[in-house]
Design a protein around this ligand. Structure first.
Ligand code: MTE
Ligand code: LUZ
Ligand code: MOS
Length: 763
């Protein structure tokens, strides 16, 4: 079984929040939300809802005892709108009833008088109106003006990338259980238990120590629950506090899709300058981020876009400007890659367009400019244990790129209506929270007198296998049998001040913390064992498979005896440890430093076939060489690379978040929002982990895995584009993602569509 909890999952015995048996008399909450994208609330009518059988209360902003505020980076987001609404789906009132049906019915009966205000939905419109989340941020290296004067070729263009729905299988949910003295225990489907604790404490005007947040596991988060789980927990908590009853809130799928933010759509301008030999001498880009109605994590996401403006290429002169634009849409939020994919898509598009202009293969430009160890990023960090070029060369050799390309050419010569494309996608992703202080974690380990072990950390299990990894680490250190070790729920009373499980740092940070705690206990056990064995010192004592060894010879002392003796000798069998990523620092004003512990790199080769009559396509194969350091768990890491790849292909090719001109989400169900299914997935996925690449900055020499492989999906975009260009030689196309079948059809049948549009206009 690949995961720590796989066998429970397949037996259906794993507990997700909505499966837990709620305390007797638990009430159910439903949210009433704005149907207008921007406007002033003139009236809010709740009488009809209160008349529904079983309804206990309807709560509004007026009922909040503390601050009506859930913003993290900026305090700009109300829990319940009090006089103005800023997007369709914004919570305005909360209905609490005995059961779901009553609550849902009552929520529908709440009506609002809202006088509309002008609304804006695209980032460039918002920018023109001066509607910004914060002032623009600029990154620069070298001299951009001077850089362009040395270029032989200069290409400019526009790149559009779309949003993406997280579509975690478990929708947003929380349950609040009141306890003694006004304190509350909150069960929440959150990646950030401390975020929830802080927000709930703020909303209720209580100290954080009265709020205990507990998380068993998530049915997926993908960033959507890094900052956006707190509203639902705070609403459940508000109701529980008010009514002195347990309250559960589970968003139905459609409401989750309507009310929560997604990956940020970006609209970007680029200008790239190159020497005739393909050397990039200057790169300039401006990113307009569609932040939605409040800041959420947008400023940090924007910053990560800047960090990834040059992907893994060395460019001596760079100017990257990023603008977070405030629009009347749900606040967009963290999504696997956190702004990195949006930045990487732009530089890859610039390289693609430059290659088109120069009449060469983009591969030549990519290859020419790949960074190597010792090169400097625009933000001042030096590449170390980088391996990007190694993965690139290895991928080209292992998968025989020249042969792949010649087969594609041959196929295209022999076919009229079907064309193949191939693209190479190098990826470089910085590992650490760019907000330096978040790079800390702690762990609390108890060994009980029977020899069983309980491990607590800040890590949230959301399917990514962080528990399996931490389990492996602790087992390796302690030397007991794996079955003895239990990873406990993530709980703010046991582990305080947690950073969200995000930025791919879950296993890194918590793995290190757990390792430190386990080592502290192990050192004490060695001392006890040395005493029991009559050895002068504990230096040569080890524990392997529950047997105590002296030097390399087994003794008769076993794990359970040792634990029991240690307890009798009054030696502590518990340890708490803290880990803070060493060496990292970042000066936000100078925009220089060493923000990342290290980088994850890799290269994918993506082959696709386009049906040029129908606009449909297939991802034939994705062949990857990926740097994982020394893997903490081979199966889990393979699963992460495959999953991230599927999600990246989805973002780039099939998934399309569409709002109408009133700001209403029209892709608010699985019938209208297409996610990659088995047909969209690559038919052949091959993954090799780079060999002999120990990473001294990761636990047990590993590298983080969660987010970086998503960006291999960008290769699918350019691969399909290449197939289209084989059908329409000599033509160029705008770079707009997703490359949906509809868009492919428009590209391959350009004249036909132009004609139809002309006819429609005449009608
Ligand atoms: N894998 C699964 N199955 N479910 C998820 O929700 N989230 C991704 C990634 N892989 C996710 C996942 C995201 S956005 C991140 S940041 C990392 O997992 C977080 O976990 P880690 O830091 O432990 O890798
Ligand atoms: N969250 C965050 C993240 O707060 N800072 C980050 O740098 C980050 N990176 C990726 C995903 N979540
Ligand atoms: Mo992941 S976007 O860092 O939760």
């Amino acid at each position: 079984m690949k995961n720590y909890d796989s066998s429970q999952h397949v037996q259906g015995t794993s507990l997700f929040l909505d499966d837990m048996t709620p305390p007797e008399g638990t009430l159910v909450a439903f949210v009433a939300y704005s149907k207008v994208a921007h406007g002033k609330i003139e009236g809010l009518y709740t009488a009809a809802a209160l008349g529904v059988k079983g309804v206990k209360a309807v709560l509004t902003a007026k009922d909040i005892p503390g601050e009506n505020q859930i913003g993290g980076i900026l305090k700009d987001e109300e829990l319940l709108a009090h006089d103005k609404v800023d997007f369709i789906g914004q919570p305005v009132a909360l209905v609490i009833a005995e059961n779901k049906l009553q609550a849902a019915k009552a929520a529908r009966l709440i009506t609002m008088d809202i006088s509309p205000l002008p609304a804006v939905f695209t980032p460039r419109e918002a920018y023109a109106l001066g509607s910004l989340i914060m002032p623009p941020k600029i990154f620069s290296l070298g001299d951009i003006v001077e850089g362009f004067t040395t270029a032989d070729v200069i290409v400019e263009g526009v790149v559009e990338s779309g949003g993406q729905e997280h579509l975690y299988l478990e929708t947003q949910c929380a349950m609040a259980v009141p306890s003694e003295g006004g304190s509350l225990k909150i069960f929440s489907s959150t990646q950030g238990p401390t975020v929830v604790q802080r927000v709930v404490a703020g909303v209720l005007g209580m100290p954080m120590h009265k709020i205990e947040v507990d998380v068993t596991r998530l049915g997926g988060g993908f960033g959507g629950k890094e900052d956006q789980a707190s509203a639902w927990a705070a609403l459940a908590a508000l109701a529980a506090w008010k009514l002195k009853k347990s309250v559960k809130l589970v968003l139905p799928r459609q409401e989750d899709m309507r009310m929560t933010g997604k990956r940020h759509p970006y609209s970007s301008d680029f200008k790239i300058g190159l020497k005739i030999d393909g050397t990039i001498v200057a790169f300039e880009a401006t990113y307009y981020q569609n932040a939605g109605a409040s800041a959420d994590l947008s400023p940090a996401i924007l910053e990560r876009t800047l960090f990834h403006a040059t992907n893994g290429y060395y460019i001596p002169n760079v100017k990257a400007t990023a603008v977070s634009c405030k629009t009347n849409l749900p606040p967009n939020t963290a999504f696997r890659g956190f702004g990195g994919p949006q930045g990487i898509f732009v530089i890859e598009a610039a390289i693609y367009k430059a290659a088109e202009e120069m009449g060469i293969d983009p591969l030549l430009i990519q290859e020419k400019n790949l960074m190597k160890d010792g090169d400097e990023f625009p933000y001042g960090q030096i590449a170390e244990y980088f391996n990007l070029r190694k993965t690139f060369e290895r991928a080209c050799e292992l998968y025989n790129l020249p042969e792949i390309k010649s087969k594609v050419k041959q196929f295209n010569r022999g076919q009229i209506l079907r064309k193949k494309g191939v693209a190479v996608m190098p990826v470089c992703f910085g590992i650490s929270f760019t907000t330096t202080f978040l790079n800390q974690a702690s762990s609390l380990i108890h060994v009980y007198t029977d020899g069983s072990v309980s491990v607590n950390t800040a890590a949230i299990e959301m399917g990514q296998g962080v528990n399996a990894k931490i389990h492996n680490i602790v087992q390796k250190v302690l030397g007991c049998h794996p079955e003895r070790i239990r990873i406990d729920t993530t709980n703010t009373s046991r582990i305080a001040n947690t950073s969200a499980t995000a930025a791919s740092k879950g296993a890194d940070l918590n793995g290190f913390a757990a390792k430190h705690a386990a080592e502290a206990i192990y050192e004490r056990l060695k001392k006890v064992a040395a005493g029991l064995l009559g050895l002068a010192e504990e230096k040569n004592v080890t524990i392997k498979s529950e047997i105590v060894y002296n030097a390399d010879s087994p003794t008769t002392l076993t794990w359970t005896e040792l634990i029991s003796k240690a307890y009798m000798q009054r030696v502590s069998l518990s340890a708490h440890a803290h880990h803070a990523t060493p060496l990292i620092h970042y000066d936000k004003v100078a925009a220089k430093g060493r923000p990342f512990a290290y980088h994850v790199t890799g290269t994918a080769i993506v082959e696709t076939t386009v049906d040029c009559l129908r606009g449909t396509y297939k991802i034939d194969s994705v062949k990857i060489v990926h740097d994982i350091g020394e893997s903490l768990h081979h199966m889990v890491d393979l699963g992460q690379v495959e999953g991230a790849l599927a999600q990246g292909i989805g973002w780039m090719t099939v998934e399309e978040v569409i709002y109408n001109n009133q700001g209403r989400l029209i892709t608010d169900a699985l019938s209208t929002y297409k996610v990659p299914d088995i047909h969209a997935a690559a038919q052949d996925v091959q993954i090799e982990f780079l060999e002999n690449a120990p990473n001294p900055y990761g636990p047990l020499k590993s590298k983080a895995v969660g987010e970086p492989p998503l960006m291999y999906g960008i290769g699918a975009y350019f691969s399909i584009m290449n197939a289209i260009k084989a059908f329409r030689p000599g033509e160029t196309f705008p770079i707009t993602a997703p490359m949906s079948p509809e868009r492919v059809l428009r590209y391959v049948c350009r004249e036909e569509f132009a004609e139809m549009e002309q006819k429609e206009l005449q009608l």
